[in-house]
Write a protein that binds this ligand. Sequence first.
Ligand code: FAD
Length: 467
Amino acid sequence: MIEYRPVTDRVVEALRQIAGQANVLVGDEALEPYTHDETVGLRADPEVVVKVTSAEQVSRVLMLAQQERIPVTPRGAGYGLSGGAVAVHGGIVLSTEKMNRILEIDRENLMVTVEPGLITGELHRAVEAEGLFYPPDPASLDSCSIGGNVAEGAGGPRAVKYGTTKDYVTGLEAVLPSGQIVTMGGKLVKNVTGYSLIQLLIGSEGTLAVVTRIILRLLPLPKVQVDLLVPFDDFQAAADTVSAIIAHRILPTTMEFMEQDSMLAVERLLQKPVPFSDAAAHLLIQLDGNLQEAVDAEMEIVGDLCLENGARDVLVAQDRPTRDRLWEARRMIIDALNQESPVNHMEDVVVPRAEIPQLLMGIKEIAGRRGVRIVSFGHAGDGNVHVNVLKDRIADEQWAELQPAVTEEIYRLSLSLGGTITGEHGIGATRRRYLRLALDEAQIDLMRQIRAAFDPNQILNPGKILP
Ligand SMILES: Cc1cc2nc3c(=O)[nH]c(=O)nc-3n(C[C@H](O)[C@H](O)[C@H](O)COP(=O)(O)OP(=O)(O)OC[C@H]3O[C@@H](n4cnc5c(N)ncnc54)[C@H](O)[C@@H]3O)c2cc1C
């Protein structure tokens, strides 16, 4: 167990010398926004926050932290769902929020170079204005940062067809815990020069290096997009339809699953009707392409498959306002569930796509047997389901025992179906005690050695990922 030292006035003064007076925050009120991310029930106080504006500043902060044996927690927008940006050992929170520029949109190479603090939705809008497309679309895209997406290996609804953040990063500049600045890759579609350190950093949750510049591959923006909202009276039929569509060799851009409880919660939050909220489950399916006829033909097939599998109706949105209305409910689910049961636990299990019906039915069985409300929704098209275990009015002492037991059962179910315990939200602080369920000791040991090679003094984001 590493012993860390406290942040002294001298350290605060040194940070001010590095980043400027206004970019160093101390005191309870100023630090409060940095005590948590979006993980329900997790808080920890940093001793100081430093808002960096360059790789050189990051390097100097890390060298200072090494010298003083102070932990450093990198932070993007603080929208994580596994506590990665929460300073569980205190020390310095290193915020990239001011490193938020788009440095270049390279139309010839179809690449964009950005700083890590850029909000992902701003990146989307900027490249789309040029007829280009950055597909990864976490539902939090208007709040989270691209650096946070890289560090978490973030996904999103479009992963079904387009993959996740890891499929788009071709170059990184990063600062190692020693303070050394390294550049990896570039505007390269192909690159097999040595081990892929880029892929190692993606999803490393700020435990190996601080990312300070990112090069991302872009695609041409698809010209045609259509969204289908499909209500089902039978929960199982909706789950089976996901498999039926994939088995038909059609790859929609997205295939989101929402069970009735999630729609009713949104209806209560918005205080307005959500279409077909009396249905047992909904699928939200998006198709895209460049030719209207081709997209229309796929839409016909998907619509027919849904109806054959028992859909009550198929609502089509070809224009932006209708599409936004269909997606509004999906995007509000987390807020709605948080409002209904402020204490809850969101799981992020992922299974092979064909196992989605078994996963969803298994979760229903756990909920019934354990007497707890569990609401599932998420990216069914890529096998990644968000499973919300709600405390509701369960007594605190009962919840303290029930929640970890239910979580473990959900993980074991996912693993038994060939899945794993997190698809996109990461291990962070909240899942590290379950890591051994998913990985054997040999793999965990390798990860420990990798971490020690980057950071022998465990300065960077301690208390995350590894048990
Ligand atoms: C309503 C809601 C919906 C969401 N939907 C999705 C979704 O669809 N898909 C999905 O994948 N996630 C989703 N998330 C989770 C979250 O938004 C993502 O994990 C996102 O990538 C976090 O980005 P951030 O900037 O907020 O990172 P933070 O929370 O600030 O940090 C996350 C992790 O990244 C590290 N980090 C941040 N910046 C850097 C850097 N520059 N260098 C090194 N490490 C760094 C931190 O130390 C931490 O471990 C959702 C969250 C919410 C609240």
